[in-house]
Unconditional design. Structure first.
Length: 360
């Protein structure tokens, strides 16, 4: 299988950051070729931020200008604030500003199709971050395996609960492929591996207040709940508050402890694992989402193409349907002890490879 690696030619503006050993490099070595000082040569990439009301997405937002600088790319940014109508309008604005490629993370993965069609008609490549469109074309999707998120949470809770008991799953928005993937995988894994565990699935629309209210309602009716799976850190503060109010925010070795698994890998989650407030998370790579989304957008502008297969950055490109490729980045399970749960290895919360431990 032929794979085109876009990090090999020193004369390319993106070479410094796409090479396998680019970690820690600024990309300034590219300027030695003589082309790095030509500001007019910088590709203009439009980046729509999906929201700025969570620590995860604020971290992603902070990484975008850093990696754009490493690539030598110019970015124009908008924020759609979890509103598909704003995303549509923002893309129109970016196109009017002359961008040559667009990076976006639509939270409603069905309603984004017309926007993708419009970009395609204008021959402006689109790179999607974190979410995959239900229909429509894109140059690349930069994402992690969200079904694996649900399975990792399931295996951790299943082992901690000894295969029996009750758990609450605080689902994201089922209009999003991410919410569906995490929900379906968690339920499938529980049915197959831990049939003695009862799962209460609660839709939250990625809303922390809704998650807190629904968790409280379930735990009032079921005070013997012993596990919580939050599909995103949006529910972290509310979940801890509910447990505290019920005198259940106790160390993991206390019989009253409720095991909590989150999903994002933000610094606060890592601190809460260390403190014994929660027990695990799945680290979504906010830094790599920004890095590779911008890298693929620049590669698309330069006319490069890619094929399914292993990459040189510890991920795998898969073809999710004809013509749509997805680079599935690594997203490890993070725990207090770095142990293995149900056959799934984890890393310790203080591991320096985690982006949540490297924010300045």
């Amino acid at each position: 299988m032929v794979r085109r690696r876009f990090a090999l030619a020193a004369a390319l503006a993106i070479s410094g950051c796409l090479a396998a050993a680019c970690g820690g490099n600024s990309g300034t070595g590219d300027d030695s070729s003589g082309g790095g000082n030509d500001a007019a040569a910088k590709p203009v990439i439009g980046v729509d931020y999906p929201r700025s009301d969570t620590d995860f997405w604020n971290s992603y937002i902070s990484y975008v200008p850093k990696f754009a600088g490493d690539l030598g790319a110019e970015v124009k940014t908008t924020n759609s604030q979890n509103d598909i109508a704003k995303l549509t309008a923002n893309v129109q604005t970016l196109m009017s500003q002359g961008v040559k490629g667009v990076v976006m993370a639509p939270q409603d993965t069905a309603a984004v199709a017309p926007t993708l069609q419009q970009l395609e008609s204008k021959k402006i490549p689109a790179v999607l971050v974190d979410t995959r469109p239900d229909t429509g074309n894109a140059f690349m999707v930069v994402r992690a395996d969200n079904r694996a998120y649900g399975e990792k949470a399931c295996k951790f809770l299943g082992e901690k609960l000894g295969g029996k008991g009750k758990v609450v799953m605080l689902e994201g928005d089922l209009a999003s492929i991410n919410g569906r993937d995490r929900t379906e995988a968690f339920n499938d894994c529980m049915k197959q591996n831990y049939p003695g565990i009862t799962v209460f699935g609660e839709a939250t629309n990625w809303d922390g207040a809704v998650a807190s209210q629904k968790l409280s309602t379930v735990m009032t009716a079921n005070p013997d709940v012993k596990g919580v799976y939050m599909q995103s850190s949006f529910a972290l503060a509310g979940t801890l508050q509910v447990l505290k109010q019920r005198d259940l925010l106790v160390p993991p070795d206390d019989p009253k402890h409720v095991f909590v698994v989150s999903n994002d890998g933000i610094p606060q989650e890592l601190k809460d694992i260390a403190a014994g407030n929660i027990d695990a998370t799945v680290s979504q790579p906010a830094d790599l989402y920004a890095k590779w989304a911008l890298s693929y957008a620049q590669a698309a502008i330069e006319g490069k193409t890619f094929q399914p297969g292993k990459t040189d950055h510890d991920s795998t490109i898969i073809e999710v349907r004809p013509g749509l490729l997805e680079d599935q980045l690594s997203a490890p399970l993070v725990t207090a002890d770095g142990g293995t749960y149900g056959g799934i290895a984890s890393v310790k919360h203080d591991d320096k490879s985690l982006w949540g431990n490297n924010l300045s």
